[in-house]
Design a protein around this ligand. Structure first.
Ligand SMILES: Nc1nc2c(ncn2[C@@H]2O[C@H](COP(=O)(O)OP(=O)(O)OP(=O)(O)O)[C@@H](O)[C@H]2O)c(=O)[nH]1
Length: 312
């Protein structure tokens, strides 16, 4: 059948007004990718903290504005300092998440461009990425001491790569987020939406609960706790506007268990109560959260358990 000469049916021409595309957010750790994603989606989807590498998963956030549906892909910070298995997986995730996207938001800190930024940019210059629009997001504009320095700096950036757009901005400023959505929209292909209009993420509530607990865990323990610690959801029950959750924080050593529990159980209590409050806001539901701490005893190697951590 020669589709060129077939008149498009009415339904198709209606759908063709819709735009939908995958938008990758990449950049070295700590430039504000998760903050940006949350602001773009309009809700807390990806966890943030001052600690680099809190984002271990590829997380999508979805935002539908008018006829355009943006499907955001958050990627872990590009890492090359320690070539551990986990970091190798992170780098693979970065590469594979770029192959199928329609547009890339390359996030840097305004006025700064160091070796770690250059390494991420070199990924974007791979042959497989030729022709893919890359937008330079110069974030944290508010943190730049002299605003006027941004222009000469942008000029330098122009020489580093043929960026499709230059967007100096502040991820924490609502007006900048709206402006960015408008800039990205023309780069989304015209095609029907992938998700419902009110969808926010394709991640389950169960996954969001584990992520939220993990964020509080790392925030409230500071730098003492290694990344090997993780959170497993043992029970997740939905009863109308109520969620009953039981979760275990899995640590490697007895000493870590003590850190997580804190004096008289204070820290664990705080982790639980802060996570519970955020989840209640996110879902607009009541949450009962029971938290346990366990020292891992070899069963981390068990495949089923690894799968339940989400590291397939
Ligand atoms: N001043 C300022 N701070 C920001 C802005 N955007 C993000 N931040 C802060 O920068 C820090 C890092 O932000 P994240 O969103 O966790 O950074 P990330 O790039 O996702 O980090 P990784 O998960 O390590 O890759 C946090 O303390 C944010 O509050 C901004 O526009 N201005």
């Amino acid at each position: 059948m020669n589709t060129d000469t077939d008149p498009a049916p009415d339904t198709e021409s209606e759908l063709s007004a819709q735009r939908c595309g995958l938008v990758a957010i990449v950049g070295r750790p700590n430039v504000g990718k998760s903050t940006l994603l949350n602001a773009l989606v309009g809700q807390k989807i990806s966890i943030t903290s001052n600690k680099a590498q809190t984002t271990r998963h590829r997380i999508t956030g979805i935002r539908t504005v008018g006829e355009a549906q943006f499907v955001f892909v958050d990627t872990p910070g590009f890492q090359d300092k320690h070539a551990t298995a986990l970091n190798r997986t992170l780098n693979r995730t970065v590469l594979s998440s770029l192959g199928d996207v329609d547009v890339v938001l390359f996030v840097v800190e305004a006025g700064r461009f160091g070796l770690p930024d250059a390494k991420v940019l070199s990924l974007l210059q791979a042959e497989s990425m030729q022709g893919k629009p890359v937008l330079l997001i110069a974030n944290k504009l508010d943190a730049l001491a002299r605003r006027q320095d941004v222009l000469p700096w942008l000029k330098q950036m122009q020489e580093r790569h043929a960026f499709a757009e230059f967007v100096p901005m502040q991820a924490t400023r609502a007006a900048d987020i709206e402006r960015l959505l408008g800039i990205v929209q023309p780069y989304l292909p015209e095609q029907p939406w992938f998700y419902e209009e009110d969808a926010l993420t394709d991640r389950s509530e169960r996954f969001m609960a584990a992520e939220m607990i993990r964020e509080k865990l790392f925030r409230l323990t500071g730098d003492e706790l290694p990344y090997s610690c993780t959170v497993v959801i043992d029970k997740f029950q939905e009863e109308g506007a109520l969620r009953r959750i039981a979760a275990t924080i899995v640590v490697e050593r007895d000493a870590h268990k003590g850190m997580v529990i804190g004096d008289g159980g204070e820290r664990l209590k705080r982790i639980g109560s802060e996570a519970r409050q955020e989840l209640e806001r996110l879902w607009d539901a009541k949450v009962f959260l029971e938290l346990w701490v366990k020292v891992r005893s070899g069963w981390a190697d068990d495949e089923a358990h690894l799968r339940s951590y989400g590291y397939e």
